[in-house]
Design a protein around this ligand. Structure first.
Ligand code: FEO
Length: 171
């Protein structure tokens, strides 16, 4: 059974993951409008992953006999100054999410909620991946500079990313 404090915090993270999905979908729309289908594809896959993260929280709250409550999802921005600005935003956003996960781990420890503490470890590892892959794309975009040709090549590469749903249901 979740404490009310833990339940509230997990519902807050569910909202944060859904916002992340919304943010990346907004970036997908931005890239689609700017004729960068590969960047848009990368963002669409990212948005799907975030929805999956949100569902992991949704399912876990239910498994612990808690109650899922859905709050309003904040509207994301619609425009960025450049592909580089968008990816700088991704890196900054993922760092923020890492901070939120760390706060949850700390709360689970304080509450002596070892099941939640254990559940959160997957997200601790996932955030390392998320930050690292966002930084890698940012680096590629920076190297491409403002040259159309460089960005065209990065766009082509990002078109290959596919969403791979997990084999087992989220635990
Ligand atoms: Fe769900 Fe990108 O963190």
């Amino acid at each position: 059974m979740l404490s009310s404090k833990m339940q509230e915090a997990l519902n807050g993270q569910l909202n944060a993951e859904l916002y992340s999905s919304y943010l990346y979908l907004a970036m997908a729309a931005y890239f689609e409008a700017a004729d960068f289908p590969g960047f848009a594809n990368w963002m669409r896959v990212q948005a799907q992953e975030e929805l999956l993260h949100g569902m992991k929280f949704y399912d876990f709250i239910g498994e612990r006999d808690g109650r899922v409550t859905l709050a309003a999802i904040e509207a994301p921005p619609a425009e960025w100054d450049s592909p580089q600005a968008a990816f700088e935003h991704v890196v900054e956003h993922e760092r923020k999410v890492t901070g939120l996960i760390n706060d949850l781990v700390e709360l689970a420890g304080k509450e002596k909620d070892y099941a939640t503490h254990n559940f959160l470890q997957w997200f601790v590892g996932e955030q390392v991946e998320e930050e690292s892959s966002a930084r890698a794309v940012l680096q590629q975009v920076k190297l491409a500079g403002d040259t159309g040709g460089g960005l065209f090549l990065v766009d082509k590469e990002l078109a290959a990313r596919v969403f791979t749903p997990p084999a087992a249901p989220a635990e």
